[in-house]
Design a protein around this ligand. Structure first.
Ligand code: PPS
Length: 291
């Protein structure tokens, strides 16, 4: 038996933080607009990175404009419910259009209005092992999340989908299978690492925008890990320590592909690969760095 990590309650079959579940009705009834742009990911897959890129695109590459506020205010988190702060839905109600927003919801939990309005969604997927590592460290710094326990315990919970937002497998496959039914651009963190400018161009094409190479270059530079890490409007340093304790590890932690190799034991890796093969056998979705 795997010890349970935190107070998660099942919502549409997915373990969710109780705060989000309690506020679910307002999320479900959210009124999307046709010019909303959603950044969707399983947690720790590159949300903040993609959010900064799209905000820079919307600002025409003007860094000053992007420093007007923190990333979590510029790109509100749809289902967020953090004590003492406006909810994501409340933030979005007063946000000027065209709105940018982020979500970690599995596709079957997305409010219907997004599909009715044919809103655009950029989905970012990141390989399962790096997400597991990043999520483990994130549990250590978010005060509202209980101690994840030792790495091995957390990894078992993650593999079982017994973590907030549930199974990574269901998430990436769910969005993948529906990507052609809606206005969805499906991207990969590893591709963004390999060639950020190429992936920014994909976003521009999807958004029906054109930009000079100079501006694309500028956006790639300002959204690189090293630069974002030092940008207080992008690195979550403005969140009080009581909520996000970055004294041991930062939100902007490593920002690389393949860090899992520093954390998985050989036995953990073998078990993971076996499980992975089984769980991904029913999809054509492939990750370049898998196994
Ligand atoms: S959250 O809390 O779910 O919204 O987190 P999310 O932003 O999705 O993921 C955080 C991880 O993304 C890394 N990150 C980046 N990688 C590369 N380039 C840039 N610019 C960048 N910005 C954030 C961040 O460091 C987390 O990954 P790890 O592996 O923990 O470093």
């Amino acid at each position: 038996d795997i010890p349970t990590l935190q107070k998660l309650v099942p919502l549409h079959g997915v373990p969710m933080a109780i705060e989000i579940a309690e506020n679910w009705e307002t999320v479900e009834q959210f009124q999307a607009k046709s010019d909303d742009l959603v950044i969707s990911t399983y947690p720790k897959a590159g949300t903040t990175w993609a959010s900064e890129i799209v905000d820079m695109i919307y600002a025409g590459g003007d860094l000053e404009k992007c420093c007007r506020d923190t990333i979590y205010n510029r790109v509100p988190y749809l289902e967020a419910r953090i004590p003492g702060m406006p909810t994501g839905v409340e933030q979005l109600a007063v946000a000027p259009s065209p709105r940018l927003l982020k979500t970690h919801l599995p596709i079957h939990m997305m409010p219907n209005s997004f599909w009715e309005k044919n809103a655009k969604v950029i989905y970012v997927a990141r390989n399962a092992k790096d997400v597991a590592v990043s999520y483990f460290f994130f549990h250590q710094i978010v005060k509202a999340m209980p101690d994840p326990g030792p790495w091995g315990v957390f990894l078992d919970n993650y593999m079982e989908g017994n973590v907030s937002y549930g199974s990574w497998y269901e998430h990436v496959k769910g969005w993948w299978e529906k990507r052609n039914d809606h206005n969805i651009l499906y991207l990969f963190y590893e591709d963004m690492k390999e060639d950020p400018k190429r992936e920014i161009r994909k976003m521009l094409h999807f958004l029906e925008k054109d930009m000079s190479d100079d501006i694309v270059e500028k956006i790639a530079y300002h959204t690189s890990f090293d630069i974002m890490k030092t940008n207080d409007m992008a690195n979550y340093k403005t969140i009080p320590n009581e909520l996000l304790d970055q004294s041991t590890t930062s939100f902007m932690r490593k920002g690389i592909a393949g860090d899992w190799k520093n954390h998985f034991t050989v036995a953990q890796n073998e078990k993971f690969d076996e499980e992975y093969k089984r769980k991904m056998s029913d999809t054509r979705l492939h990750f370049r760095s898998e196994i």
